[in-house]
Design a protein around this ligand. Structure first.
Ligand code: ADP
Ligand code: ASP
Ligand code: MG
Length: 412
């Protein structure tokens, strides 16, 4: 019999009826003889509601108090699910992150898990109980409540699975697996039976929010068997696997990720001298603003231009910092665009295929879409385009790289 860690996301526990349905599912696994640790998210919309309450009080609340606030959502669902399990005669106990000693660093709102003491969970499991743990939260060395960043319940589940050496970590959500692209945007998207950790990591970090990036990193590092499945329908979902050397030929492109959360900044007419990149980007990083893509143009008349992207939430602040830098350096101008999107094609098969970039550019050019920035790595190519062409671009690339699912005939 297996030891399973199962995570149920916000939509899956979004109402008491849905919590009862999760309890039905979990108690069936228990009846089949499996040991189960369940990790739950807050009810869908709850974390956003709590963030909204804080912003009614002040613009920039301290991260410590934000964590105390937003961690409450998960405390509600662990209690309700445990009650629903008990009602079914299934022994269960709920725990907050600090009660099961999920120790993190002290970076409030984006804490990293350092250590988990699995002893308490083991005792419950040995006594035949389902252990229900609040996702997304932990505690630092001083006992302060911390949270793991949006979508962090995925990471809690994978970390518990690693600590307990579980047979599988199952992420139950509102889609029945990982698709070639977001199935809510492209209706011809196809579910993948398998995807490698490496590809999933790229997909997650390039905007596919089906799994939190840290969860994938953690699963890869500790080799946790990880599966994404539907809470609402039966099926094998998608297994995230190590690369299989013997696998039949890999598709060149496995998936398409996109991200509307970025904004673009340009500083033009910068003196083209050693150290100018440092003088521009250091103040940005000193302001705790993360930079994603960076492009420096070829200099002309001893002047050059830098363009880079940041998270849209940091756009205003980054522009202010850049304006100050421009004044100091005697740069000509600062410009910004908050309405961009990044589209990326991902696939381990790209390593062994030439001409993928050309195919991508041709596909976008056929749709009349202008590429503003490009960045590549071994297994991905990303482009920045005008946000209004995002869906068109994703659909075009999806078809160019033959990712569309086979059309289902009406008579079949
Ligand atoms: P949960 O609340 O269960 O954690 P999320 O909303 O975080 O669920 O993640 C599931 C959502 O991820 C899906 O509803 C889907 O819209 C989105 N998504 C984005 N990219 C993909 C993809 N490639 N495959 C599947 N789902 C994706
Ligand atoms: N409730 C948190 C969020 O909405 C964590 C999670 O759902 O994974 O981000
Ligand atoms: Mg999620």
């Amino acid at each position: 019999m297996a030891l399973l860690v199962q995570k149920y996301g916000g939509t899956s526990v979004g109402t008491t009826e849905r919590i009862e349905a999760v309890a039905d599912k979990v108690s069936r696994f228990r009846k089949d003889g499996h040991s189960v640790v369940v990790v739950v998210s807050a009810m869908s919309g709850e974390t956003n509601r709590l963030i909204g309450l804080a912003s009614d009080i002040m613009e920039e609340p301290t991260p410590r108090e934000m964590d105390v606030l937003v961690s409450t959502g998960e405390q509600v669902t662990i209690a309700l699910l445990s009650m629903a399990l008990q009602k079914r005669g299934c022994d269960a106990r709920s725990y907050t992150g600090s009660q099961v000693r999920i120790l993190t660093d002290s970076s409030h709102t984006k804490a990293r898990i350092k250590q988990i003491d699995e002893q308490r969970m083991r005792e419950d499991l040995d006594a035949g109980r389902v252990v229900v743990v609040a996702g997304f939260q932990g505690m630092d060395d001083n006992g302060n409540i911390t949270t793991l960043g949006r979508g962090g319940s995925d990471t809690t589940a994978v970390a518990l699975a690693a600590a307990l050496k579980a047979d599988e970590c199952q992420i139950y959500t509102d889609v029945d697996g990982v698709y070639t692209t977001d199935p809510r945007v492209v209706d011809t998207a196809r579910r993948l039976d398998r995807i490698t950790f490496e590809e999933m990591l790229e997909m997650a970090s390039l905007g596919s929010k089906v799994l939190q990036i840290r969860a994938v990193e953690f699963a890869g590092k500790y080799n946790v068997p990880l599966r994404v499945l539907s809470s609402f329908q039966e099926g094998g979902g998608t297994l995230i696997t190590l690369e299989d050397e013997n696998a039949m030929e890999q598709p060149v492109v496995s998936g398409i990720a996109f991200n509307r959360d970025e904004a673009k900044l340009t500083i033009a007419g910068v003196p083209d001298t050693p150290g100018s990149a440092l003088r521009i980007l250091k103040p940005v990083s000193d302001a705790n603003i993360e930079v994603d893509m960076i492009v420096q143009n070829v200099g002309e008349d001893n002047r050059t231009a830098f363009t880079f992207t940041v998270h849209r939430n940091d756009f205003k602040r980054a522009k202010e910092v850049l304006q100050r830098v421009a004044d100091e350096l005697g740069a000509r101008e600062v410009a910004g665009d908050g309405k961009i999107a990044k589209v990326s094609i991902v696939g381990v098969g790209m390593r062994s295929h030439a001409g993928v970039a050309t195919q991508m550019f041709e596909s976008l050019s056929n749709e009349g879409i202008n590429i503003q920035m490009i960045s590549t790595s071994e297994i991905k190519i990303s482009v920045v385009i005008d946000e209004k062409y995002l869906e068109l671009a994703v659909r075009a690339l999806h078809s160019t790289f033959e990712l569309d699912k086979a059309a289902v005939s009406e008579e079949a």
